[in-house]
Design a binder for this molecule. Structure first.
Ligand code: LLP
Length: 432
């Protein structure tokens, strides 16, 4: 069951509330609309998959950092994956248990590492200099840090180059050739570092579970090697990256359950499922989902400003843009687009580029979409906008960042973030 569906009379609804009605009751500007129950269902899918394992669902805060959403995820038992000191501060404000938090990143700053050490979050070692900084942070904080080694397993995630991270030439993690150096360096700092596990993250929008399993096999082998040297490591962190059905094509994509339990019956027959690997080594499993927890819970709701034609191209111009939602412009990403209300019976269907008002030809939300010609003011949504949309929004062209709402379990609509205003912007210059 999914939160966005069509009513019998053809209106888009979010948990049975018509989006058209919500548009009329909130401010007249693009806004993000979430389903709170869908967030719950997505977490439940991971919990079901992880039944019987000691595990941490570390939600990747970068995907969406709305405080209300974070509080909800925390209340459902999630931990958090952080990539900056501010994400760590926010996670603490949202009440996340620091011992369920993991601090990741290839350029973690000393001050942020000191905070992480003080709070007792797991820290992933990403490089030689990062290890030095973690040691320094431990001394400043006067606390030993639980560390995982981020190993770059060189498994191709088969995704857009901008969201691939686990290849051998990536800027993230360490290569296995250097494993011994890092183990020796950890051994040399018994007062500062406690090695508790190994981590990898292959990339994002992954749609084949074999890829995760291949990585898990390599990773448990590394863990065997690490244990053979006397380290008591208990955690395998296989990162995030599970993709979703952006195309709404009806294609059957892997779900959390498949990620943990699918055993390949084809070329990798000899490999067991992630579950078996984890149980066979008596490990705790950490996963770091972002997109697969939050992307499909939301759409960006826009209004049509007008329709125009130039050369061979038809354009629908909307009030939303690459400033609110940059994924199509940045990664050529496809996000499904539809009108919120049924078209008049004899509306003409044409092929449109859906574009915003921003002064860039890269400002598009969708290319070559078949749509009934919309009227001025019609509602148009961009689906699957819960992950890496609001969190990547900018104020380019001084389009202030949009407000966020969610539909709650009882069908009521609540604002969960104010829109940014011109006054907010002017505040940066107060008293200068
Ligand atoms: N763990 C680590 C170490 C990561 O780098 C990421 C995402 C995640 C977990 C969460 O991955 P997810 O489950 O969300 O795929 N802005 C891009 C995606 C960038 C992903 C960065 N790392 C996009 O809009 O597609």
């Amino acid at each position: 069951e999914h939160c966005f569906s069509k009513s019998s009379d053809g209106f888009l609804q979010c948990e049975n509330v018509k989006v058209q009605d919500i548009m009329e009751s909130v401010e007249r500007r693009p806004f993000y609309l979430y389903s709170k129950p869908q967030i719950t269902r997505n977490v439940e899918a991971y919990k079901d998959a992880l039944q019987g394992l000691n595990s941490i669902i570390g939600y990747a805060i970068k995907a969406n950092n709305n405080l209300k959403i974070l509080e909800h995820l925390r209340s459902l038992g999630c931990g958090a994956v952080l990539v900056s000191g501010n994400e760590l501060r926010l996670a603490l404000r949202a009440g996340f248990d620091p011992t369920k938090c993991i601090f990741n990143g290839n350029g973690k700053l000393l001050d942020d590492l000191v905070l992480a050490a003080q709070e007792g979050v797991f820290v992933n070692i990403d490089s030689e200099f990062d290890l030095e900084n973690i040691v320094a942070a431990s001394r400043i904080a006067g606390k030993k840090v639980n560390v995982l080694l981020r190993i770059n397993p060189d498994v191709d995630p088969q995704v857009h180059a901008y969201v691939a991270t686990g290849n051998k030439n990536s800027k993230f993690g360490i290569r296995n050739e250097k494993l011994q150096w890092f183990l020796d360096a950890v051994k040399a700092h018994p007062d500062e570092l406690k090695l508790v596990g190994a981590h990898c993250h292959l990339g994002s929008t992954i749609t084949k579970v074999d890829i995760f399993r291949d990585a898990a096999v390599l990773m448990v082998n590394y863990i065997d090697e690490i244990r053979a040297q006397g380290f008591e490591v208990d955690y395998l962190n296989i990162g995030g990256g599970l993709g979703i059905d952006y195309y709404h094509s009806g294609a059957v994509l892997p779900k959390p359950m498949n990620l943990i339990d699918t055993v390949s019956i084809s070329s990798f027959k000899q490999f067991c499922a992630v579950r078996e690997l984890v149980l066979s080594r008596n490990l705790n499993l950490i996963i770091e989902p972002g997109r697969s927890l939050i992307a499909n819970t939301c759409c960006l709701v826009n209004r049509v400003t007008g329709v125009k034609t130039n050369g061979t191209k038809n354009f629908v111009v909307i009030d939303g843009s690459m400033a609110e939602l940059i994924r199509p412009s940045l990664y050529d990403a496809y996000q499904h687009i539809e009108l919120v209300s049924p078209p008049p019976p004899n509306a003409e269907v044409s092929t449109f580029d859906v574009v915003g008002p921003v002064c860039e030809s890269a400002d598009f939300l969708g290319k070559e979409r078949e749509l009934p010609t919309p009227a001025k003011g019609a509602g148009l949504v961009v689906h699957d906008a819960g992950a890496y949309c609001m969190s990547m929004a900018s104020t380019y062209n001084l389009k202030m960042r949009p407000p966020e709402y969610w539909v709650e379990e009882d069908g009521s609509v609540a604002k969960i973030r104010h829109s940014e205003t011109f006054e907010d912007h002017m505040r940066f210059f107060d008293g200068l």
